[in-house]
Design a protein around this ligand. Structure first.
Ligand code: IMP
Length: 176
């Protein structure tokens, strides 16, 4: 295991991530055969996960991205979200899969689900690498979940602390 002073411990190694992401890709591909899904990556946390997931999608699909910023109240998300980068095209009638790094309170995704529903998507599902259900404040239920985590702050594989550590190829618990 890699030694890294900012980590308390490694939670998921590169090999574990690769294995689980491949499984998710196979599951989603089976569910969306013939549906031309649109994979909407939520920047910036999704980038490593999104890229690895897409290599494991075996059906025709489209790719697009959004960048959202939450207005923080103290350290917690308030659910007020601003769209910094929007989708390029209409999603009317499309089968959308939102690709997110981690669902924590769920407030960001609750906002996004409402927003995308209003644009007339045929279906919307959430695929998240990590789910932290103990912190949930909104009624969101990701259909595709890589791993469930406890109430710990994690970094790496796209996840940051103060915009650092997104480039780590594994996921670990941040040492406070
Ligand atoms: P929420 O579900 O609206 O509370 O916010 C989810 C967002 O908070 C994620 O997309 C991450 O950017 C960030 N986040 C939540 N928990 C963590 C964590 O443990 N590490 C890094 N970012 C996190």
């Amino acid at each position: 295991m890699p030694e890294n002073p900012v980590l308390e411990r490694v939670l998921f190694s590169e090999q574990q991530l690769a294995g689980r992401v491949a499984e998710l890709g196979r599951e989603i591909s089976a569910d969306y055969r013939g549906k031309l899904p649109l994979f909407v990556g939520i920047l910036r946390g999704c980038i490593l996960f999104y890229s690895d997931l897409m290599k494991n999608i075996s059906v025709d699909c489209n790719m697009d991205f959004m960048c959202l910023s939450s207005y923080a109240g103290g350290t917690a998300s308030t659910g007020q979200v601003r769209t910094m980068l929007d989708l390029r095209e209409s999603i009317k009638g499309r089968h959308v899969v939102i690709v997110e790094d981690i669902v924590d309170t769920g407030l960001t995704l609750e906002y996004l689900m409402g927003n995308l529903k209003n644009r007339g998507a045929a279906s919307i599902e959430i695929c998240c690498l990590l789910d932290k259900p103990c912190n949930r404040k909104a009624d969101v239920h990701p259909k595709y979940v890589g791993f469930t985590v406890e109430n710990e702050f994690v970094i790496g594989y796209g996840l940051d602390y103060n915009e650092l550590y997104r480039n780590l190829p594994y996921i670990g618990v941040f040492r406070k």
